[in-house]
Write a protein that binds this ligand. Structure first.
Ligand SMILES: NC(=O)c1ccc[n+]([C@@H]2O[C@H](COP(=O)([O-])OP(=O)(O)OC[C@H]3O[C@@H](n4cnc5c(N)ncnc54)[C@H](OP(=O)(O)O)[C@@H]3O)[C@@H](O)[C@H]2O)c1
Length: 398
């Protein structure tokens, strides 16, 4: 096994800079290149990517996405020697990884990395490496300078596993967001909340990201951006062709793509205005007064669901006529809860759970923002009946 003597790092963003800095600090012969020409202090840089590649035993890619990898390889391809190892640490789609493996043949090492800038600096990345045995052994000294290598059967599998890891990271960020929103609604001090969350399941994330968890930070530098994680979730949803809730949860975050992912956990709860029609709807049920439904719904709204085995679609007036103008006799025992609201500009979806006596309703709403404010454009519901309690059954309304 020959250890690579000369390393060209292409892409000096957050990860590329940290990788080039660590390899340089370990005494390796490293030259870095990045599209923008930016020159991080501790790394020798060049503006001539092809020249750097021509001299390199190992070319390490730390680029934003698959198209960037293809673009850079197109540009330097003529300078790559047949035996030069191309070690790709970029997070890309499984199909893109398969394409690069086909294109570059046995000298390609796909090395998806788990961990961020501090893990690079400490040499504690988790590395999912897929390559021919010979190429992997040649790349191993460089990989082991950065972290712990776990061999994976092929490049698309390594890329897919990395996307799965990032979906769990996005889930954790969004779970943290839920906790912070609930804590804000209860008026709890943020520092006290973070102290307690550090003790729990999200403790590692909270401890690492604490500088960002009061909102965008003027002092802390983003280590992993919302834009990069949103890119990974979009790649995963496209590759799996299976809905991925966190993809829209993250993409709709009102924050800059260059902000650290932790800033997504600080996004405030949905604006009160979108809750207004849902609250009017709740008042309609609580009082039995249909005037509240006229406040809640657009006049064109339909209320739809399966009732006694048949599809019903009530226009709003017909629906309102079901309500007697006074609360149901068992109103004190009824409960209603808004479960989720997702706003996408001028439209939103919401779900609500209503427990009315022996029946539980799941209401699914489509809302729109019109001139007068947010209104429910349509509602569909599912009714789940529980075993009847003893005694007379209260009248149920959907
Ligand atoms: N940051 C993390 O914690 C982390 C962890 C694991 C994996 N990753 C993955 O590692 C890769 C790099 O992440 P990062 O955080 O370092 O991203 P970054 O800071 O945004 O850097 C991206 C790099 O890609 C270059 N680039 C982007 N588009 C390009 C194009 N079309 N042609 C040529 N170069 C292009 C940029 O060049 P210029 O800026 O010079 O224009 C920069 O060097 C991404 O795939 C990311 O998903 C990141």
């Amino acid at each position: 096994m020959t250890e690579p003597h000369t390393i060209a790092v292409l892409g000096l963003g957050r990860m590329g800079e940290a990788i080039a800095t660590r390899l340089t600090a370990q005494g390796r012969d490293v030259v870095g290149w990045t599209r923008s020409g930016r020159a991080p202090g501790a790394v020798q840089v060049t503006g001539d990517a092809s020249g750097a590649v021509a001299k390199a035993d190992l070319v390490l890619l730390a680029l934003f996405d698959g198209p960037a990898c293809r673009q850079v390889l197109d540009d330097v391809g003529d300078s790559l020697r047949a035996d030069t190892i191309v070690l790709n640490t970029s997070t890309i789609a499984p199909a893109e990884a398969a394409g690069l493996a086909r294109r570059l043949g046995p000298s390609y090492v796909h090395a998806a990395v788990l961990g961020s800038v501090p893990a690079v600096a400490a040499g504690t990345l988790g590395i999912l490496a897929a390559a021919d045995q010979d190429a992997l052994e040649r790349a191993r000294p460089v990989l082991e300078a950065l972290g712990t290598v776990r061999r994976v059967e092929d490049a698309p599998t390594a890329a897919a596993l990395k996307l799965i890891a990032n979906s769990s990271l996005a889930g954790a960020v969004l779970a943290l967001r839920d906790s912070l929103r609930q804590a804000d609604a209860l008026g709890l001090p943020r520092d006290q909340v973070l102290d307690v969350l550090e003790l729990g399941q999200l403790g590692g994330l909270v401890a690492r990201k604490r500088p960002f968890l009061h909102g965008p930070s003027a002092t802390a530098t983003a280590e992993f951006t919302i834009g990069a994680l949103a890119k990974d979730l979009a790649l995963l949803a496209a590759a799996s062709n299976t809905p991925l809730r966190s993809a829209s949860g993250l993409a709709d975050t009102p924050a800059a793509p260059e902000d650290d992912i932790a800033v997504a956990a600080t996004a405030p709860a949905v604006e009160d205005a979108v809750l207004e029609p849902l609250r009017a709807y709740i008042r309609g049920h609580a009082t039995g007064d249909p005037a509240h439904f006229h406040d809640a719904f657009l006049p064109t709204a339909h209320i739809e669901g399966i009732r006694d085995g048949a599809f019903v679609s009530w226009p709003l007036d017909e629906y309102c006529a079901l309500f007697p103008g006074q609360p149901a006799p068992d109103e004190p025992t009824r409960s209603r809860r808004i479960d989720a609201v997702d706003v996408h500009g001028t439209v939103a979806t919401a779900t609500m759970t209503l427990r009315h006596g022996a029946d539980t309703f799941t209401d699914v709403f489509l809302l729109v923002r019109v001139d007068a404010g947010w209104r429910i454009a349509n509602k569909a519901y599912h009714r789940r009946a529980h075993p009847r309690p003893r005694g007379p059954r209260a009248v149920q309304s959907p």
